[in-house]
Design a protein around this ligand. Structure first.
Ligand code: 3H9
Length: 692
C-alpha cells in the first residue's frame, strides 16, 4: 500500500488517513492510496463503516494543481469519487482545516460529513480559471440548494463550519475530526441510517426548478464583479445543469466545460498567478528555516487614513496595537474612523458586534511615543518628508527595545537614508501598504541596504498572517509598483497632449481589464497628492487642474466632472485646459488608435519592469506580476505585465519599444535586460536573482 495513505482499524471502523503534505492535495499517489485502502476496507468482513480523514494541518485542499496540463495518471479523480460514493459501507468524511475544490468534491461523495468548528469549505476553482470538474457543481446544489451553491462556486470564497451546518453541507460539528467522525459512524451503524448519496437527492432543487429567478438572481449577484473572467460565468452555468438535467448528464457537461477552461489562456494565467504569489514568499538568500522575531505587539505612528488602515490589519488578526498621534483630536478622529469601518463591516453581516468590540479592544491610543517601548514592530505612517521621517526614526532608535523592527510606510523616500539616522539599520525595513490599507492585498516589503535577513523573513510571514500578499523589493524611487505606474501615467498624459481624449485612454485600459483607466484612477485618489500650491507653475495638466480647485472626485471635479453618483462626464473646463497646453506646445492634434494607447501604456511599464529586474530591485518577473495583480488591478486572467510580455513574445515587445524609441525618444530606451533576453531567446520567466 502507498504510504501517502494509511489504513488502520478500530474494531468495526476502518480509518483511512491521507498524509500528503503540505495540503493533502489529491495527487496520483494520494488517489491511488485512497482507492487501495478503500478496497481493503470494503473487502474486510469485520469493517462496517469507514472514516476518511487527513493528517497534518488540513483536509484535502483540492486536486493537485501541479498535475494540470500533464498526461493524466490512473486512477482519475472521477474513478476515485465513484468508488467512494458507491461503497456499500457508510463513509464519513472527517474535516479539519480546509475542504477545498477536489477535496470538497471528495467530501461530497462521502455519505456523511462532520467537521471541527474552525474548518472551512469552498470551491476556489474559479480563482484558477476553472470550475469544480468532478461533480462539485452537481452535488453541492443538491446538498445546500442552488442559491448557496452559486455563491460558493461562482464566488470562490469559502464558508465556515457553522454556515456549512446551517446550509446542510455537513451533518455535525465535532471536537476532534477523526474521533468525532468515528463516534458519528458508530451512531450511523446503531441507528441503521441509510447511505445518503447526494446524486440521488433532488429535494433541494425543487424550489429553483419551480422558480428560475432563485437561480438567476444568485448568478447575477455573484458575477457582478467578474467582468472579463470566463470561469465564474461558466461555473454558474454548470450549476444550472443540476437544475435542468439528469445527474449523469450534468456531470458529463460539467467535466467537459471544466476541461475547456483548463486548456484556455485565462486558466493558464490564473494558475500562474496562484503560484507566483507563493513563489514571492521565497527569498533566495533568506533560508526558509531562519528563526523569526516574535511580533506580539505593534506600534503605529500616525492615526490618519494610512495609519488607521494599517492598524486595522493587525487588530483584525488579533495582534494588539498602540497608535500614537501628536494631538488628542487627531487620535480621537482616527480611532473613530476605525470604529466606523468595523461597524460598516458588521452592518453587512461580516462581523458580529462582539468581534468589533474585541478588535477595538486591541487598539490603544496614545500621545506619547514612549509607549512604543514594549512594541516588537513599529510602523511609521507620518507625512512624506525626509526630515520628518528622519526625526521619527531618531526617536524610535532611542525609545524602542533592542531587536524591535522599525518600519516605514514611505511610498517614495529612500529607506537607506531613513535607516542611516539610527544605530540599528539592520532593524529598519519598508512596509509599503496601499490605500485603503485595511482592504488592499498588496504589501511591498522593502529591503534596505542593511536590513537583516530575519527582519525580512519576519515581515514576509507577518504580512501573510494579516492577510496581505507580500512582495520583496529593493530601494528605488517608487519601488516596483509606483515606479512602473509613473511610466504608464507619463504615456497616458503625453497621448492626451497629442490629441487622444481622456475617455479614449481610460476606455482602452478598462477594456483591457483594469477596473478603471489612469485618469479615473487619479481622480479617485485625488489630484492634489504631492501638489504644492506655492510651487505650482501651470506647466502640466495636473497642475492646471489643481490650480482651479479640481482635485478629483472629492471636489466633484478633476479630469472629469462628477455627479452625485460619482459617474464621470467629460469636462469642458478640462478640455479647454488641454487645448491650451497643446496650443502652447505648437503640436498638431492627431488621432491615436486604441492599439497605440495600449502599447504605449503597457510596454512602457514592461520596459520599466525589465529595468527594475536588471537593477535587482525585484527578485523575479513573477514578483512584479504579483504587485500589479494585487495592487493595481491588472486583470488576473492576463497574469501580470511581465507574463503578458512573455506571452506576446519578448522579441515582439522589444521591436515595438524600439519603434517608439525612434518616434517618441528616451521614454522608450529599451532596457538592457530586455535586449539580452531577446538575444538569447529567453523569457522574463527565465530570470531570477537576489534583490538589493
Ligand atoms: C481542483 O480541485 C479541481 C477539481 O475541481 C477537479 C477538476 C477536475 N495543489 O497557499 P500555501 C501548495 S483545483 C498543489 O502557501 P496556506 C502551494 O503551492 C484546486 N499544490 O499554504 C504551496 O507550495 P510551496 C482547488 C498546492 O496554508 C504549499 O502548498 N483548490 C495546492 O497559506 C502551501 O500553500 C485550491 O485552489 C494544490 N491544490 O494556504 C486550493 N494548494 O510551499 C489552493 C496549495 O512549494 N490552495 N499548494 O510554495 C490554497 O488556497 C491554499 O494553499 C490553502 C493553504 C488555503 C489550502
Amino acid at each position: 500500500m502507498d504510504k501517502v495513505v494509511e489504513l488502520v482499524r478500530h474494531d468495526v471502523i476502518a480509518v483511512v488517513t491521507i498524509n500528503n503534505p503540505p495540503v493533502n492535495a489529491l495527487s496520483a499517489a494520494a488517489r491511488r492510496g485512497i482507492l487501495e485502502s478503500l478496497n481493503v476496507a470494503i473487502a474486510a468482513p469485520e469493517v462496517r463503516a469507514i472514516v476518511l480523514t487527513c493528517g497534518g494541518r488540513t483536509f484535502v485542499a483540492g486536486a493537485d494543481i501541479t498535475e494540470f496540463g500533464k498526461p493524466p495518471q490512473s486512477p482519475g479523480l472521477n474513478e476515485l469519487l465513484a468508488a467512494v460514493e458507491n461503497s456499500p459501507k457508510p463513509i464519513v468524511a472527517a474535516i479539519h482545516g480546509n475542504a477545498l475544490g477536489g477535496g470538497l468534491e471528495l467530501a461530497l461523495v462521502c455519505h456523511f460529513r462532520v467537521a471541527v468548528e474552525d474548518a472551512k469549505f469552498g470551491f476556489p476553482e474559479v480563482k484558477l480559471g476553472i470550475l469544480p470538474g468532478a461533480g462539485g457543481t452537481q452535488r453541492l446544489p443538491r446538498a445546500v440548494g442552488p442559491e448557496l451553491a452559486v455563491k460558493m462556486i461562482a464566488g470562490g470564497e469559502p464558508i465556515s463550519a457553522a454556515e456549512a451546518l446551517k446550509g446542510g453541507l455537513i451533518d455535525e460539528i465535532v471536537q476532534g475530526p477523526a474521533s468525532g467522525a468515528e463516534a458519528f459512524a458508530r451512531k450511523v451503524l446503531a441507528e441503521k441510517r441509510p447511505l445518503r448519496k447526494l446524486r440521488d437527492d433532488d429535494s433541494k432543487l425543487a424550489s429553483a426548478r419551480a422558480d428560475r429567478s432563485i437561480f438567476t438572481n444568485a448568478v447575477a449577484a455573484m458575477t457582478k464583479k467578474s467582468r472579463g473572467l470566463q470561469a465564474p460565468f461558466a461555473a454558474a452555468h454548470a450549476v444550472s445543469y443540476a437544475i435542468d438535467l439528469p445527474f449523469d448528464e450534468g456531470l458529463k457537461r460539467e467535466g467537459d466545460d471544466c476541461m475547456k477552461l483548463l486548456v484556455g489562456d485565462q486558466s493558464k494565467a490564473q494558475r500562474y498567478a496562484f503560484f507566483a504569489e507563493r513563489t514571492a514568499q521565497k527569498i533566495p538568500d533568506v533560508p526558509a528555516e531562519i528563526p523569526l522575531r516574535p511580533v506580539k505587539k505593534v506600534g503605529i505612528l500616525g492615526a490618519g487614513t494610512m495609519g488607521g488602515g494599517i492598524a486595522m490589519n493587525f487588530a483584525s488578526a488579533g495582534i494588539p496595537v498602540t497608535i500614537v498621534e501628536i494631538k488628542q483630536e487627531a487620535l480621537d478622529r482616527g480611532l473613530q474612523v476605525i470604529k466606523s469601518n468595523y461597524d460598516r463591516t458588521a452592518a453587512r453581516g461580516k462581523l458580529t458586534p462582539e468581534q468589533v468590540d474585541q478588535r477595538m479592544g486591541l487598539l490603544t491610543g496614545s500621545l506619547d511615543m514612549n509607549d512604543f517601548r514594549s512594541c516588537d514592530l513599529v510602523i511609521e505612517a507620518v507625512f512624506e518628508r525626509m526630515d520628518v521621517k528622519k526625526g521619527v526614526f531618531e526617536k524610535l532608535d532611542i525609545i524602542c527595545k533592542p531587536g524591535a523592527i522599525l518600519a516605514t510606510n514611505t511610498s517614495a523616500l529612500n529607506i537607506d537614508d531613513i535607516a542611516s539616522v539610527t544605530k540599528r539599520p539592520q532593524d529598519v525595513i519598508g512596509l509599503h501598504f496601499f490605500s485603503p490599507a485595511n482592504i488592499m492585498k498588496l504589501l511591498e516589503v522593502i529591503r534596505a541596504e542593511h536590513t537583516a535577513k530575519d527582519v525580512i523573513a519576519t515581515s514576509m510571514k507577518l504580512a501573510k498572517q494579516i492577510g496581505k500578499v507580500p512582495v520583496l523589493a529593493g530601494v528605488c524611487p517608487g519601488f516596483i509598483g509606483n515606479r512602473m505606474l509613473s511610466k504608464r501615467e507619463r504615456q497616458a498624459n503625453e497621448m492626451v497632449l497629442e490629441g487622444a481624449m481622456l475617455s479614449e485612454v481610460d476606455r482602452a485600459l478598462y477594456d483591457f481589464g483594469f477596473p478603471m483607466g489612469p485618469f479615473q484612477m487619479n481622480d479617485l485618489a485625488g489630484l492634489d497628492i504631492g501638489w504644492v500650491k506655492e510651487e505650482s507653475r501651470s506647466s502640466t495638466l495636473i497642475e492646471l487642474l489643481c490650480e482651479v480647485g479640481r482635485f478629483g472626485q472629492k471636489t466633484g471635479a478633476g479630469y472629469y466632472d462628477y455627479d452625485d453618483k460619482r459617474s464621470p462626464k467629460p469636462s469642458p473646463v478640462t478640455e479647454k485646459l488641454i487645448d491650451e497646453l497643446i496650443g502652447k506646445s505648437g503640436k498638431k492634434k492627431r488621432q491615436i488608435s486604441n492599439d497605440e494607447v495600449l502599447e504605449r501604456c503597457i510596454y512602457s511599464m514592461i520596459n520599466e519592469g525589465a529595468k527594475i529586474l536588471e537593477e535587482g530591485k525585484a527578485i523575479r518577473a513573477s514578483d512584479i506580476d504579483v504587485v500589479w495583480v494585487n495592487g493595481y488591478g491588472w486583470p488576473v486572467y492576463r497574469g501580470g505585465p511581465m507574463y503578458y510580455a512573455d506571452q506576446i513574445g519578448l522579441a515582439n515587445v522589444l521591436a515595438k519599444i524600439k519603434e517608439f524609441h525612434v518616434s517618441l525618444g528616451d521614454d522608450f530606451k529599451p532596457a538592457a535586460l530586455l535586449e539580452k533576453l531577446v538575444a538569447h531567446g529567453k523569457k522574463f520567466a527565465d530570470f531570477e536573482q537576489s534583490p538589493r
